[in-house]
Write a protein that binds this ligand. Sequence first.
Ligand SMILES: [Zn+2]
Length: 113
Amino acid sequence: MHEISLVRTIFRTLEDEFPADMDRVRGIYLKAGLLANVQPILMQNAFQAVVADEPRYQQTSLHVEVLPILIRCDDCGETTQVEQYRFICTCGKPSRNVIQGEELLISKVEFDD
Ligand SMILES: [Zn+2]
């Protein structure tokens, strides 16, 4: 399951970044673009499965914010939010110039004091 390995990668990344603070992690916040192939519900299920084996993360929760797809038109320069996977600028020109929607990043980590 793709999400399980994603969740594990997120924990490994944080463990590398905050080796002394991982017992205090309470909230992990992700931003996932619609094109990043990350389903929030599947991420939550994977997260529950991973923390079930990790006693020190029992009080940690995952928050996933899904970001819409934005394209910038090469023709008129407008930024347009893609709906229903229609990669078309408001001016009518098709565009594949994605400026948001492919990312998967950790946007915030909360620690208990
Ligand atoms: Zn345009």
